[in-house]
Design a protein around this ligand. Structure first.
Ligand code: ZN
Ligand code: ZN
Ligand code: FE
Length: 751
């Protein structure tokens, strides 16, 4: 019995061919708890057979367990593939969706092939998986391909164990499979012999197309067409947030960005995520990613993408088709409805998307690949943890959230759910819970959530009616998520740097140094508190944070400094804000590094307001890349049992530097260098006092490459073992994993 990702990845034909090679008889069968293989033959041959199973495993398969037993011989002749059987135990892992393989691509562009230019070509090694499943086991009748009975030729391929489409569940051809067509914005079908060619023409003419993809719709325009990109931004109310771009191949990626070896491998990988690559100036519209130093670039991952990019375009914008804060559209009617007023035309098809799945996003710091968003291509591939734990369902936080189901020693993260601000997003959260429970065949007794009393997910955890609810502090969850994916157990020093997380003292935490293990934590230090004037408003308007920092840093003279830096348009606002801060009107205290970044970005004149979270920090990093820097002043003071990191000297030097006309890129870089030194100092002094030699980094701020690379280098240089994320996001997308593992340990410890 083989368990792991062994269904929908060509495992059975692989076993069949191997059994033939070594003249073994027996059978292979998909079951909902794994793939059962029975072989009979010469003992030596069976041994060689087993060796080759692990050596020649199909590209996207992964075996997590093998159980074997000796049976009486039956004298069977031949090797058979027998039909699936549904059993209770469920250890089969559904495969993520897989980008079109080379063999299918060859056929796609081969005029002699019966699938020439057929947009739904796939095989056992590629094509849709998670996004088309209704239920397990992964068989055609449990997918949205159920309504397309295969033609004779397709059936032949499907049932021939030596064919590369043997049991390719989404197998189809132009005769029998899904079809494409084009609609105008009112939903009227456009009469054209070739909807793809017509779509290409329309995009060239500057129209906005909604294109039905694998896990949802994209909105697409020509990425070189300024007018079209601007129009898309206007209609989508997406002022500045970067837009993802799809290019034909790595050569085209190199025209617009710098692609290193690791990046090239990730771009081409079967997961095909969006990779954040350093910009080169050139052919893309400046409206694609204003103020950023990277572009989000991906290669085509469906046959339709390959057809669209075949000839005409250097690059296409391919951004998720949704309104702000809402999940991506998946249904044809839904798209027409929700994208009304945004898209001019719709390129749709009749293969239903049953599981919504956004594009994944990856960045590549010197430590290797790290995820910004873990979704299509990765989910629901499980993450193995260091020991078996009780079952847990974890609901994540509030922003960029995901759902995690813990089963034995495997953690299954759902596709990206997003921010739980809208009813549609909350509905999507429900669907994600039921999806993850269905494909793992569990219904855990325990639900884990954040500690924040006002988060939708926290309240939902109480309402689900499971036996136990475990609340996990946000930054503890961050650190445990990173420990879990690195299989680190026991006590560590955790550095959690992010925007917002509810603290046990009711303050907004976000610059935390924890002494913790998987089950519990002690707050050993943090960035010194400052006031967040106006709470949520300060998140959208960093100038407010800047004023609060200046007041803290300069005392009485802060207003002159603020005026000198032109931080307010109207100086009569200063006393008003002062009152807000002093009386702490709706103004919590915070230790958030994310907000500190915002404040510094405002002080160096980058921007007073942001149009998406993290924007100011990303621009500050882009600015810092233009210069060298020095270490500025900071202090570490001990307060009771905590170390407080005082960054006000840094704020003072940066503000003064601005007034003295020191180049702001130098100040931006110096801010980064100072944080690296200060965080390393904090960690090293905790290491000295506790004897711990392992430091774990997590939190959204570590998407900043200067910061994460600098800190890892510094600490590693001091002989400390440093751990960072590779498999799950360092931002709140990874929180659910940390919650699940933490809750699992707490229950286990109590038992
Ligand atoms: Zn293929
Ligand atoms: Zn067919
Ligand atoms: Fe966070």
């Amino acid at each position: 019995m083989f368990t792991g990702i062994v269904q929908g990845v060509g495992f059975r034909p692989f076993i069949y061919r191997l059994a033939h090679r070594y003249s073994l008889s027996g059978f292979v069968q998909n079951r909902s708890d794994g793939v059962v293989v029975e072989v009979e033959g010469d003992a030596g041959d069976i041994e060689v057979f087993l060796e080759h199973v692990s050596q020649e495993l199909p590209l996207v398969a992964s075996v997590s367990g093998i159980r074997s037993e000796d049976l009486e011989t039956t004298g069977d002749r031949g090797f058979r593939v027998i039909t699936s059987e549904k059993t209770d135990a469920m250890e089969v892992h559904i495969s993520p969706d897989i980008a079109t393989c080379e063999k299918c691509l060859k056929e796609l562009f081969d005029p002699e092939d019966r699938r020439f230019r057929y947009a739904f070509i796939n095989c056992t090694n590629c094509g849709p998986r998670l996004t088309i499943i209704k239920d397990i086991p992964y068989d055609r009748e449990n997918t949205s391909m159920e309504c397309f009975p295969m033609c004779k030729e397709c059936s032949r391929e499907y049932s021939d164990p030596l064919d590369r489409r043997f049991h390719a569940e989404p197998n189809a051809c132009p005769e029998c499979g899904p079809q494409l067509w084009l609609l105008d914005s009112s939903g009227r079908k456009i009469d054209t012999p070739d909807p793809v060619e017509r779509a290409v023409d329309l995009i060239s003419e500057g129209y906005i197309l909604a294109i039905k993809g694998l896990g949802g719709f994209h909105l697409s325009v020509d990425a070189g067409n300024d007018e079209a990109v601007k129009r898309l931004r206007d209609r989508k109310f997406r002022e500045e947030k970067p837009l993802a771009v799809m290019v034909k191949d790595v050569t085209h990626a190199r025209l617009v960005s710098e692609v290193g070896q690791v990046e090239e491998r990730i771009l081409r990988s079967p997961e095909r995520p969006i990779v954040l690559l350093r910009k080169k100036n050139g052919i893309l519209s400046p409206y694609i990613a204003p103020g950023m130093y990277t572009y989000g670039i991906m290669l085509p991952y469906t046959p339709l993408h390959h057809l669209l990019l075949e000839k005409r375009f250097n690059a296409l914008v391919m951004t998720s088709a949704n309104h702000k804060d809402e999940p991506i559209c998946t249904g044809n009617r839904e798209a027409l409805d929700r994208l009304n007023g945004i898209a001019d035309f719709f390129l749709v098809h009749n293969r239903d998307i049953l599981v919504r799945c956004d594009d994944s996003i990856v960045f590549v710091p010197s430590s290797g690949m790290s995820l910004v968003r873990r979704s299509r291509g990765f989910s629901p591939r499980p993450i193995r943890i260091s020991e078996p734990l009780p079952g847990v369902l974890a609901l994540g936080g509030h922003m960029k959230t995901s759902v995690c189901v813990l089963k034995h020693d495997m953690a299954f993260l759902s596709p990206h759910v997003g921010d739980l601000e809208t009813p549609l997003a909350r509905d999507f959260l429900f669907k994600s819970i039921s999806l993850m429970e269905r494909i793992t065949s569990t219904r855990p007794d325990c639900v884990a959530s954040d500690l924040h009393p006002d988060y939708y997910s926290t309240r939902l955890a109480q309402k689900l009616g499971r036996r136990r609810v475990v609340q996990v502090q946000h930054h503890h969850a961050h650190i445990v998520s990173c420990m879990a994916e690195n299989m680190v157990s026991g006590s560590v020093i955790g550095i959690a740097m992010d925007g917002t997380g509810y603290g046990t003292d009711g303050a907004v935490w976000g610059g935390e140094f924890l002494l913790c293990d998987e089950a519990s934590f002690q707050r050993a230090g943090h960035i010194g508190y400052f006031v967040l004037p106006g709470g949520e408003r300060a998140v959208k308007e960093p100038w407010r944070v800047a004023l609060s920092l200046l007041r803290e840093a300069f005392g009485r003279s802060w207003k002159e400094i603020a005026t000198g830096l032109s931080l307010v348009e109207d100086s009569s606002l200063l006393p008003v804000l002062e009152a807000v801060i002093e009386r702490r009107i709706n103004s919590p205290q915070t230790s958030s590094l994310g907000r500190l970044f915002d404040g510094i970005a405002a002080i160096v004149g980058l921007r007073r307001k942001v149009s998406f979270e993290g924007q100011a920090a990303m621009e500050l990093e882009a600015l810092a890349r233009l210069s060298e820097g020095i270490e500025l002043g900071y202090g570490i003071v001990s307060q009771g049992d905590k170390l407080i990191l005082d960054l006000l000297p840094t704020v003072r030097e940066i503000a003064k530097g601005m007034l003295e006309g020191i180049p702001r890129e130098f100040l931006a870089r110096s801010f980064h260098e100072t944080l690296i030194s200060a965080f390393a100092d904090m960690a090293l002094s905790l290491a000295a006092s506790t004897g711990l030699g392992r430091v774990v980094l997590s939190g959204g701020c570590f998407q900043n490459r200067i910061l994460v690379e600098g800190l890892m280098d510094r600490l590693t240089g001091k002989g400390v073992d440093v751990f960072f994320h590779h498999l799950i996001p360092t931002n709140d997308g990874g929180i659910s994993l940390g919650q699940a593992v933490c809750a699992g340990y707490r229950i286990k410890n109590k038992a």
